[in-house]
Write a protein that binds this ligand. Structure first.
Ligand SMILES: [Zn+2]
Length: 244
């Protein structure tokens, strides 16, 4: 019996890894840019992701400034950018350099306000991400994340789950591929009762792949296995254009 159970677990993980192999992060050049509103503890997030990436054999560069987007020496080498900057601003030149890198094939991944509520006055940036945070009615609430694309390797074998955190209400681009959503109860704003908003998506931008998850207000949110699984799979996918 034990043998069969092990064989079953092995075959499930094998079929998953065949499509999304974490070993594909080995030797990838990954740039983590963090900062902005301190309430999202950007440095803690950056260091946690950096430690995980280094463990997978990736070469990680950390930066606290969007000026690095104009550093051609760095940007020429990079496979993936992970950004965690809530609100804040960047210069037009930095914004253009970031867009050109992603357009040319560099991946871009991130979560919560660090990618989905950055540079509020920059619509070109929002056009690249595929969505923009507008409100989290009620502050931190109990809510459910529904996996809506169970056949997609980024969320395959992850069941619907609940958490207590900010439920992001976002304005989204129809060009995104939605992998998970959440439904609003209307308890805090009656007129949005039953409205379903994307939580996890992918989006093409030129040759680049963009991955976004709205989860992650509290650093403890990343201790929830499903939240961590989603962000790490998304990072792996965005860094690996060789994976479909
Ligand atoms: Zn937040």
């Amino acid at each position: 019996m034990t043998f069969y159970c092990i064989a079953l677990v092995f075959s499930i993980s094998f079929s998953l890894n065949a499509q999304l192999d974490l070993s594909s992060l080995k030797d990838k050049n990954i740039l983590i840019v963090y900062g902005g509103w301190k309430g999202h503890q950007p440095e803690i997030f950056a260091n946690k992701i950096a430690a995980w990436l280094k463990d997978k054999g990736a070469k990680v560069t950390l930066s606290e400034s969007t000026k690095i987007y104009t550093n051609q020496g760095v940007m020429r080498q990079v496979d993936l950018i992970i950004q965690h900057i809530t609100m804040s601003e960047m210069s037009e030149g930095e914004s253009r350099a970031l867009q050109e890198a992603v357009m040319g094939g560099v991946g871009l991944a991130g979560c919560h306000g660090g990618l989905g509520d950055s540079f509020r006055n920059n619509t070109e940036y929002q056009y690249m991400i595929g969505g923009q945070f507008v409100k989290h009615p009620g502050g931190q609430v109990d809510y459910t994340v529904n996996i809506t694309a169970a056949e997609n390797p980024l969320v395959m074998d992850i069941k619907d789950f609940t958490l207590h955190s900010e439920q992001y209400y976002m304005h989204v681009d129809p060009a995104i591929t939605i992998l998970a959503t959440t439904r609003f109860t209307g308890e805090h704003d009656a007129w949005i009762e039953g409205i379903e908003i994307p939580v996890v998506w992918t989006k093409p931008y030129g040759k680049g792949r963009v991955f976004y998850s709205s989860l992650g207000h509290n650093k403890e949110d990343f201790d929830i296995p499903q939240v961590w699984e989603i962000i790490t799979r998304g990072i792996t996918w965005a860094a690996s254009p060789e994976i479909n």
